[in-house]
Design a protein around this ligand. Structure first.
Ligand SMILES: [Zn+2]
Length: 256
């Protein structure tokens, strides 16, 4: 199976324990629109390592959180990535509100999508792709129509594993059907025989052992064209590049 690579730019403030979730976050988020974001030192360091790692590498979609363009230090790094022919940008929301965990709110979600899309696409120019990953990784059925209306043509927010069925309305298969039913391409995450294999599962025992094996096997062929080629999503976070004292790399076949 062909792999499509992407990375999420989440900072520490975006962890659901800090912000964005209705009952798991220490800061209550009544408004989606945030301002004055400044990147943590950890994220800046991890981004520098990612920039080094990705030079002359495979094509990667960077799922950017729109508010992060408020931070001059982070923006400079994104401008470096923008110079690279193998980097394109997608949207990971504005301030990492976990929309699927809140009650349905089509109006605010639509406003957030168009504002974030305009900001990231203005920044990225020809490197913009109308691709979306839901903050916190779970998408709800009601989010499909606003996504299509805002011009997004690809979503990658589905973890096709029985572990997440209870977090989604019904099951991931019916959520996938609502997204595809409206004409959006869904690229689900890679899973291993025991469960999730992307994002946090890459460093969470026991998933990590199986995840690494599955990544190596599936990353022999990498596509830059997930809209037109059947593929599976392999994704990680910029902050992962701080693991192992800064020597962590995604376990794709290239880095072996
Ligand atoms: Zn995220």
């Amino acid at each position: 199976m062909t792999a499509w690579l992407s990375v999420d730019t989440d900072d520490i403030v975006h962890f659901p324990s800090n912000r964005g979730h209705p009952n798991r976050s220490s800061q209550y988020m009544d408004e989606w629109k945030t301002s004055g974001y400044r990147a943590s030192e950890k994220l800046l360091q991890a981004t520098d390592r990612f920039i080094q790692w990705v030079q002359d590498g495979p094509e990667i979609t960077v799922f950017l959180i729109a508010e992060q363009l408020d931070c001059p230090d982070f923006r400079i790094r994104m401008e470096k990535l923008l110079q690279m022919p193998n980097i394109v940008f997608g949207c990971h929301g504005w301030g990492h509100r976990c929309w699927s965990a809140w009650p349905e709110d089509i109006e605010s979600f639509s406003a957030m999508l168009s504002t974030s899309r305009d900001r990231i696409s203005d920044f990225a120019g020809n490197s913009w792709r109308p691709r979306f990953r839901a903050p916190a990784g779970y998408i709800a059925k009601w989010m499909a129509a606003p996504l299509a209306a805002a011009g997004f043509n690809l979503d990658s927010s589905i973890n096709p594993s029985r572990w997440v069925n209870r977090k989604m309305e019904g099951d991931w298969m019916s959520v996938k059907q609502s997204i595809e039913g409206i004409g959006i391409i869904e690229v689900p995450w890679l899973t291993s025989v025991i469960g999730p294999a992307c994002g946090p599962a890459l460093s969470l025992f026991p998933f990590a052992i199986f995840a690494k094996r599955a990544w190596r096997k599936h990353s022999l062929r990498i596509t830059s064209n997930p809209e037109n080629e059947k593929c599976v999503a392999l994704y990680w976070h910029l902050l992962d590049h701080n693991r192992k004292e800064g020597n962590w790399n995604p376990p794709i076949s290239k880095s072996q």
